[in-house]
Ligand binder design. Structure first.
Ligand SMILES: [Zn+2]
Length: 181
């Protein structure tokens, strides 16, 4: 405990800062910003909780980061600076561009066949996972659940795109066989 307890009186704005940032910033950072000891912050949070204010200091350190390309939270950003879904979309676009270049080279009847069968081909896609119900969760739990959801969404989108890429790859190969003669 500090001597000269005047300094220990919390102002309303300090309290508001604590309530707004508890769980969103690491406790150490909150202490630094308020220029208060860890003990002082802990005691204040405890006092606020006793008054029925929802203040939980437990901080969830994010493990995902936003993809600089699409902005979605991702755990798969590689040296290209893109998440897996972005990389798959690029891959798909490249294959589709190649198909578009090849199509005019097909004999007309072949092209008609291709376009007819193409309409029937629709690669399966898994539905996206439902967002979690975070009502009543602590900030920590909410952040944890939020990341788990973002991770599941990314995995699902990636899986669907991988399937599309594979299907497009096969179509491209079929067309190549018919044009290279
Ligand atoms: Zn991305």
């Amino acid at each position: 405990m500090r001597k000269g307890s005047k300094r220990n009186d919390w102002t309303v704005s300090e309290e508001q800062f604590l309530v707004a940032n508890a769980g969103k910033l690491p406790k150490r950072e909150i202490c630094l910003l308020l220029r208060r000891s860890s003990e002082s912050v802990r005691q204040k949070a405890k006092a606020l909780r006793r008054q029925g204010v929802d203040v939980c200091l437990r901080y969830y350190r994010p493990t995902l980061e936003p993809c600089p390309h699409c902005g979605n939270l991702s755990g798969t950003i590689d040296r290209s600076g893109k998440c897996e879904p972005c990389r798959r979309r690029d891959q798909l676009a490249a294959i589709q561009a190649r198909i578009a270049d090849l199509l005019p080279l097909l004999p007309p009847d072949e092209r008609a066949t291709y376009e007819r069968t193409e309409a029937l081909l629709e690669s399966k896609s898994d539905p996206l996972p439902e967002p979690p119900d975070t009502d009543g969760m602590s900030g920590y739990r909410r952040a944890y659940a939020g990341e788990a959801h973002a991770r599941a969404v990314e995995a699902c989108v990636s899986r669907n795109l991988r399937r599309e890429v594979k299907a497009a790859q096969k179509r491209k190969e079929r067309i190549e066989k018919k044009t290279i003669q």
